[in-house]
Design a protein around this ligand. Structure first.
Ligand code: NAD
Length: 354
């Protein structure tokens, strides 16, 4: 791994990180080092397609472990860091914020310090090429109540949940390391992702798997909260563009141009399942009969919507999937990959090691 250029991905066994790794191995010549702690959200089964590549390697480590991070920089000498490791689920951050503060804030700080020490030690040429790309969320901007407003790269931060507050904190640290120490950083903030290999606690896979099992489809509050949905492979392509071509010190918002109410997402999924999985569980006449409204999440943001024109104009990136095409692919993927999600539902995915 020392001869050619290397990308270090943190959190590569997660949903978006694994899509980034599949994209890098399939479409670039970079070597790739995946550093992941393998929390409940990390799953090496999502990387089976790349595990055999000589350009890929996996290291199980915690980004809060300063010595482990220093050793990894020293050994693998990455040119680019793509930092995705995080605690990522809003509901979990409400039930137990501690891990979010630890990984998202302390972990990002620890990784920044390891990156800075390594960057300072490089030759002038290598130091000039080094880039640290921090992956974040549009939830740092809080929420929108009007229907026309959009989040831009200069929208003031106003996070609502422990998750988004911890991500906002990590974004501030990254900007400070750039401004104060000159570390060459980039930040992206993106909207809700969906697609293959999404952990079944999140809205879209949860609804698909519950529907297939004939279980209730729980919708928070009145279901009218609006989210912008981005297909994960479109996101992975955007991230690699920013990491390799983005301008140092800049922030790019990434969105899917797909604003939908949560209830619309669930009814669209039910309609797709009627077509793609017509054999329903016993006692279910229509998948949509399973929809049930549950008490709203505390502090639930009303609307997120992103202005993604900067990345379109400067880096020539646009999403390729529409919501309908991406959702169809996603439903079909869950129908075709029952082993992947069965292993999560029965807990056996925790035993899978490389
Ligand atoms: P995920 O929860 O699926 O994956 C996170 C990964 O990080 C897991 O593999 C986990 O094992 C690893 N990890 C957690 N703590 C770690 C630690 N201390 N050290 C090393 N590894 C650790 O998350 P995701 O949905 O793939 O999100 C990736 C990134 O993108 C996160 O930073 C998240 O905030 C951001 N993001 C996600 C979305 C989305 O819709 N999923 C939207 C915007 C931004």
């Amino acid at each position: 791994h020392t001869d050619s250029r290397t990308i270090l991905v943190t959190g590569g066994a997660g949903f978006i990180g694994s899509a980034v790794i599949r994209h890098v191995i399939a479409n670039t010549s970079f070597n790739l080092v995946n550093v992941d702690k393998l929390t409940y959200a990390g799953n090496l089964a999502s990387l089976q397609d790349v595990a055999a590549s000589s350009r890929y390697c996996f290291i199980q480590a915690d980004i809060c472990d300063a010595q482990a991070m220093a050793d990894i920089f020293e050994q693998y000498k990455p040119e680019i860091v793509m930092h995705l490791a995080a605690e990522s689920h809003v509901d979990r951050s409400i039930n137990g914020p501690g891990d979010f503060i630890q990984t998202n804030i302390v972990g990002t700080y620890t990784l920044l310090e390891a990156a800075r020490a390594y960057w300072i030690s490089l030759t002038d040429e290598k130091r000039a090429a080094f880039r640290f790309h921090h992956i974040s969320t549009d939830e740092v901007y809080g929420d929108l109540h009007g229907t026309d407003d959009l989040f831009t790269e200069t929208t003031a931060y106003a996070p609502s949940s422990p998750y988004s507050a911890s991500k906002a904190g990590s974004d501030h640290l990254v900007r400070a390391w750039q401004r104060t120490f000159g570390l060459p950083t980039l930040i992206t903030n993106c909207s809700n992702n969906y697609g293959p290999f999404h952990f079944p606690e999140k809205l879209i896979p949860l609804m698909i798997l519950n529907a297939l099992a004939g279980k209730a489809l729980p919708v928070y509050g009145d279901g009218k909260q609006i989210r912008d949905w981005l297909y994960v492979e479109d996101h992975a392509r955007a991230l690699v563009k920013v990491a390799t071509l983005g301008k140092i010190g800049e922030t790019y918002n990434i969105g899917g141009h797909n604003e939908k109410q949560n209830i619309e997402v669930v009814t669209t999924l039910c309609a797709l399942l009627e077509q793609l999985a017509p054999e329903k569980p016993a006692g279910v006449k229509h998948y949509s009969d399973l929809i049930t409204y549950v008490t709203d999440r505390p502090g639930h943001d009303v609307r997120y919507a992103i202005d993604a024109s900067k990345i379109a104009d400067e880096l020539n990136w646009l999403p390729e999937e529409t919501f309908e095409s991406g959702l169809r692919k996603t439903v079909q993927w869950y129908l075709n990959n029952r082993n992947w999600w069965q292993a999560i539902l029965d807990g056996s995915y925790r035993d899978i090691k490389e």
